[in-house]
Ligand binder design. Structure first.
Ligand code: NAD
Length: 256
C-alpha cells in the first residue's frame, strides 16, 4: 500500500523551526522521514528541536539565520546545501507581533514586523526556491499565515497586514512556480499559545477568542503537523497549490 505521507528521501528547511508552531511542524516532517534543517535566530531553541528529532530517530541539523538579514539567509542556504545537497520542502514559520494602537504606531515598528513576517518570507523564499529551480528540484513551500490575514483581528494591526501579504504572496508564487513543479501553500493557524502572542493573550482576549472558536479551545501545536505533512507530500497533495488551509477550530467560519 502506498503511504501518501511518506517523506523519506526529502529534505525540509524549517525556517523558524525553533518556534513553538514551527518546531512542532518540523518534528512532524521528520517523523514522516524528512531530513530537517532547523533554521532559527535563536540557536539554543533550534538545538533543542534538533535534539528532540534525533532522539525520536530522525535526522536534523540546526542552522542560525535572521530572516531580516538576507546575507545570513544566503549563507545558511549554502551551509544547508553542503549538509544535504539541496531541499524539497521549505517551511516559512518565523513571526513577530505587537499590539501598538494604530495612532501610536511608528515606522520603525512597522518595518520591524514587516521585515520578519513579509519581507523576510518573500526573500527567504526567493533564495531557497531559486536554488530548487537551478537544481531542477520539484517540491513544496509552506507559509505560515494567520486567521488575522483574512479578517483583521483587533489590536494586531501590523501583524494582520503582514499576514494578509503572506496570503497574497502564497497565491502569486503558486502561479509563478507551477511551471517548475514547486507548489506553494499556506497554513492558517487559529490560536495556539506561544512566545510571540503570550503578552497579547489577556483573560478578556482569551474569552473573546473562545467565544469565536466553535471548538472552544486553543489548538495544540501538534495539531498542525497533519496539515504540514499533507502539504509537504507530493503524493498526498500533488495537485494542491495556492491553497490557504485553515487549522483553527472553526474560528474562520464563525461570525456571531
Ligand atoms: N501561536 C499562534 O496562535 C499563531 C497563530 C497564527 C499564526 N502563527 C504564526 O506561527 C509562526 C510561529 O510562531 P509561534 O506562534 O510558534 O511563536 P514563537 O514565538 O514560538 O515563534 C516565533 C519565532 O519567530 C522567530 N523570529 C522572530 N524574528 C526572527 C528573525 N528576524 N529571523 C528569524 N526568526 C525570527 C523567533 O525566533 C521564534 O522562533 C509565526 O509565523 C506566527 O505568526 C502563530
Amino acid at each position: 500500500m502506498t503511504n501518501l505521507f511518506d517523506l523519506t528521501g526529502k529534505t525540509a528547511v524549517a525556517v523558524g523551526g525553533n518556534s513553538v508552531l514551527g518546531g512542532a511542524m518540523a518534528k512532524g516532517l521528520a517523523a514522516h522521514g524528512a531530513k530537517v534543517a532547523v533554521v532559527g535566530r535563536n540557536m539554543e531553541k533550534a538545538e533543542a528541536i534538533t535534539k528532540e528529532i534525533e532522539n525520536s530517530g530522525g535526522v536534523a541539523k540546526s542552522f542560525q539565520a535572521d530572516v531580516s538579514d538576507l546575507e545570513s539567509i544566503k549563507q545558511v542556504a549554502v551551509a544547508i546545501e553542503e549538509w544535504a545537497g539541496g531541499w524539497d520542502i521549505v517551511l516559512n514559520a518565523p513571526g513577530k507581533n505587537s499590539t501598538t494602537p494604530f495612532f501610536e504606531l511608528e515606522t520603525d515598528e512597522w518595518d520591524d514586523i514587516m521585515d520578519v513576517n513579509l519581507k523576510g518570507l518573500v526573500f527567504t523564499t526567493q533564495i531557497f526556491a531559486k536554488r530548487m529551480v537551478e537544481q531542477g528540484r520539484k517540491g513544496s513551500i509552506i507559509n505560515i499565515s494567520s486567521v488575522s490575514s483574512t479578517t483583521p483581528l483587533s489590536k494586531v494591526f501590523t501583524y494582520s497586514a503582514s499576514k494578509a501579504g503572506v496570503n497574497s504572496v502564497t497565491q502569486f508564487l503558486a502561479r509563478e512556480f507551477a511551471p517548475y513543479g514547486i507548489r506553494v501553500n499556506a497554513i492558517i493557524p487559529g490560536f495556539f499559545p506561544a512566545e510571540q502572542n503570550r503578552k497579547i493573550l489577556s483573560p478578556d482576549r482569551i474569552e473573546s477568542i473562545m467565544n469565536h472558536t466553535p471548538m472552544e479551545r486553543f489548538g495544540e501545536p501538534e495539531e498542525l503537523q497533519g496539515a504540514a505533512i499533507y502539504l509537504a507530500s507530493d503524493k498526498a497533495s500533488g495537485f494542491v497549490t495556492g491553497t490557504l488551509l485553515r487549522v483553527d477550530g472553526g474560528f474562520g467560519s464563525m461570525t456571531i
